[in-house]
Design a protein around this ligand. Structure first.
Ligand code: ZN
Length: 268
């Protein structure tokens, strides 16, 4: 069966370097991002992706365009601003690991990818990443068909509405066990974050079991929930592939939330 090619719905399109500069100089709500990162106590690592997916990046940083640029000396999100204005990344992420002290972690040469046994490691935020490419679309096919056509980053309205529906069901299901849940519109799909203290202390084995259980029924990225993939988009940053602000969405607003919601459309 020949599936139609597709790109992005509505007016979604990659942000130019000028758009990114305007956003990170004047458009970003750094205070709300700081608030998001303020709990639980501990220090976090940030990472920037300059141009891996969009192919748009400042020419002088072409040697860095595909690799996560790790920032481990920023304790207040507002201090990320000079980095964002300098590197103009297509995506801004934080590592869900939490450390007692990044200064001590740097000194001890802690490998952030294998930090679980470090005495400086305090825990990891539990998160679920729902992406439209993981949805089986009646028009565009499943993730395998989409990847074969190199369209893993495209999505359609049907896929968006399906991941939104799944995010609502997943949130409600998780609410039976956890109490402090937050939904974030990620630019393409949705993230569900668990902020309960107990969730930060889950072992890798427990996370693996949770990931396997939910991946069975939801279009989630299993590697995010299991903790193998630790990076997640920073709320209030810009998703450079679609020119949308990553924003928390209160559960009552979710059913009607669309990617053209005023909260998600940056003034560029
Ligand atoms: Zn589709």
């Amino acid at each position: 069966m020949v599936r139609p090619r597709y790109t992005l719905p509505g007016d979604l399109a990659p942000a130019s370097l000028g758009d990114r500069r305007r956003f990170y100089q004047r458009g970003m709500d750094y205070s709300s991002a700081r608030e998001w990162m303020s709990s639980p106590p501990g220090e976090r690592v940030y990472a920037l992706i300059l141009g891996r997916h969009s192919g748009i990046y400042p020419r002088r940083f072409r040697h860095l365009k595909n690799v996560p640029l790790v920032i481990d000396d920023v304790l207040d999100v507002r201090d990320l601003r000079p980095y964002l204005v300098k590197y103009l990344p297509e995506g801004v992420y934080y590592d869900r690991n939490i450390y007692a002290s990044l200064a001590a972690a740097r000194k001890a040469h802690v490998d952030y990818a294998h930090a679980w046994r470090s005495r400086l490691f305090l825990g990891q935020e539990l998160a679920f990443d729902l992406d439209p490419e993981n949805v089986d679309c009646p028009i565009h096919g499943d993730v395998v068909a989409k990847m074969r056509r190199h369209q893993g980053l495209s999505f359609c309205d049907w896929e968006f509405e399906e991941v939104r529906r799944q995010a609502a069901v997943l949130y409600d299901e998780l609410s039976r066990r956890w109490t402090d849940l937050r939904i974030v519109y990620s630019g393409r799909g949705f993230h569900v974050h668990v902020f309960d203290e107990e969730a930060f202390r889950l072992t890798r084995k427990q996370r693996g079991r949770i990931a396997a259980r939910y991946a069975h029924r939801y279009a989630i990225d299993e590697w995010v929930t299991s903790g193998e993939m630790r990076l997640i988009r920073l709320p209030y940053s810009l998703h450079g592939m679609v020119s949308r602000t990553v924003v928390p969405v209160p559960r009552p607003d979710l059913e009607k939330f669309r990617y053209d919601d005023p909260r998600a459309v940056p003034r560029l």
